[in-house]
Design a protein around this ligand. Structure first.
Ligand code: UDX
Length: 440
């Protein structure tokens, strides 16, 4: 199959490279000429494990192309994916659809032969209808179907998620009609390699598919927020949140994943998609109050992390040096979007502390968003002279730090572990004043 992928952001690039690896011929299109030039030179604009190799192999084998001018690729495509950004619009939680609409306009004039237009970007319910209307209006004779195919890729594990998904959701209206049948055949062929893994393709109506994406992310955000509140309760009543998580997670109806208590969720999806869902639901007259509360509780949680550090250093941050380990919203990514560090670091400096930080991949991005901190070469440098170590992101390399070495170089052996990487009894035995999440 011939695929045109509009947008080489996270989703577009990973999906494009994976479709090429499935054996399809994929052209990734982006307006950003410097990005395309870098991609052609084999330089990845994001850090994602395995992506550089996947791109290199498929470019070499002649299945993956990058271009600023997508006209020819779109004309020849069996499927055109819209994988452009849908940022939160200023002044409210609405998703900004201007890039999606612009992509639809562009595609409209180029359709030749039956073409499936697929929205991969996370878009509010009804966007497929809008895309269809835009194309129909601009090109009334075009032979096309608009399909929703949301992504469920986790950063840092995106290639595995693409190739071994729990499910692939595909929204096609009137799937048994003439156009729907052809669209279903194209989508089935695109994902055919997954049949080997018995990964289920779930065909639904288009609006349902659009909502599934929001519902999945909101549910996961709610699950994390639930365990975070349980963690606070554990601290208040003397219980252990990791055991609570295990105790409830072993119930198959609940499931053990996404029950790690921490400093609050961040990233490119949960914060944006929960907000967009809240707005969409309000406008539809069916407010989702659990999700509204989730957003509020999570925002407050991220802001409150500074208090844990303040308490750990004895109540006053003024003049203290804080060593921050990890800045990205989770490990194995360089993504800083809505990271808890974006609340914590400015709050620490505003309270008069000096921040020394290290992150294995995120310091370049962090440098654009955070000022008034010193970036260090490694974890030991970040903790030298510090009155407290704060683990914000659970990178593997922070899991086995040389604690004796740290203790010697820190001003005080104090650790605030916001990811429960270490064990309280061990840390105490090593002579640390240690606090963590939900474990008294
Ligand atoms: C998420 C979804 O998992 C993915 O399906 C969707 O399409 C995009 O959004 P991602 O944002 O890459 O993926 O990361 P994820 O691993 O889901 O983590 C999101 C946030 O939740 C991180 O800040 C993480 O630290 C936090 N989290 C996750 C927890 O605090 N506890 C958990 O148990 C799990």
């Amino acid at each position: 199959m011939r695929v045109a992928m509009i947008g080489t952001g996270y989703v577009g690039l990973v999906s494009g490279a994976c479709f090429a690896d499935f054996g399809h011929v994929v052209t990734c299109i982006d307006k950003d000429a410097s990005k395309i030039a870098r991609l052609e030179a084999g330089e990845m604009p994001i850090y994602e494990p395995g992506l550089d190799d996947l791109v290199e192999t498929n470019v070499r084998d002649g299945r993956l192309f990058f271009t600023v001018d997508g006209a020819e690729a779109i004309r020849n495509a069996d499927a055109v994916f819209i994988a452009v950004g849908t940022p939160t619009r200023r002044g409210g939680g609405h998703a900004d659809l201007s890039y999606v609409h612009a992509a639809a306009e562009e595609i409209a004039g180029l359709i030749e032969g039956f073409t499936v237009i697929v929205t991969k970007s996370t878009v509010p319910v009804g966007t497929g209808d809008e895309v269809e209307a835009i194309i129909r209006k601009a090109n009334p004779d075009a032979d096309f179907a608009v399909v929703s195919n949301p992504e469920f890729l986790r950063e840092g594990a995106a290639i595995g998620d693409f190739k071994r998904p729990d499910r692939v959701v595909i929204g096609i209206d009137d799937v048994d009609g003439a156009t729907g049948t052809r669209a279903k055949a194209v989508m089935s062929e695109l994902y055919r390699p997954l049949n080997l893994n018995e990964s289920p393709l779930l065909f639904t109506a288009r609006r349902t598919s659009e909502l599934i994406k929001y519902a999945a992310n909101a549910f996961l955000a709610m699950k994390i927020t639930f365990i975070n509140e349980m963690a606070d309760l554990c601290e208040a009543v003397g219980a252990d949140v990791q055991q609570v998580a295990r105790g409830i997670g072993l119930d198959n109806r609940i499931g053990s994943k996404f029950l790690h208590a921490g400093p609050g969720y961040g990233g490119s999806c949960f914060p944006k998609d929960t907000l967009a869902l809240v707005q969409m639901a309000r406008e539809a007259g069916a407010p989702v109050r659990l999700v509204e509360t989730t957003v509020e509780v999570n925002d407050a949680r991220k802001r409150s992390m500074v208090e844990r550090v303040r308490k750990a250093v004895g109540g006053d941050l003024k003049g203290k040096t804080i060593g921050v380990l990890g800045l990205t919203f989770k490990p194995n990514t360089d993504d800083m979007r809505d990271s808890p560090a974006l609340d914590l670091v400015p709050a620490l400096t505003a309270a008069g502390a000096t921040v020394q930080a290290f992150d294995p991949e995120g310091m370049h991005e962090a440098g654009k968003l955070l000022s008034e901190l010193t970036f260090c070469e490694g974890p030991y440098e970040a903790l030298a002279g510090a009155h407290a170590a704060v683990i914000v992101t659970e990178w593997d390399q922070f899991r086995a730090l040389d604690l004796d070495r740290i203790k010697l170089t820190m001003a005080k052996p104090v650790m605030v572990d916001l990811r429960n990487v270490y064990r309280p009894d061990e840390m105490r035995a090593r002579g640390f004043r240690y606090s963590s999440i939900g474990r008294s």
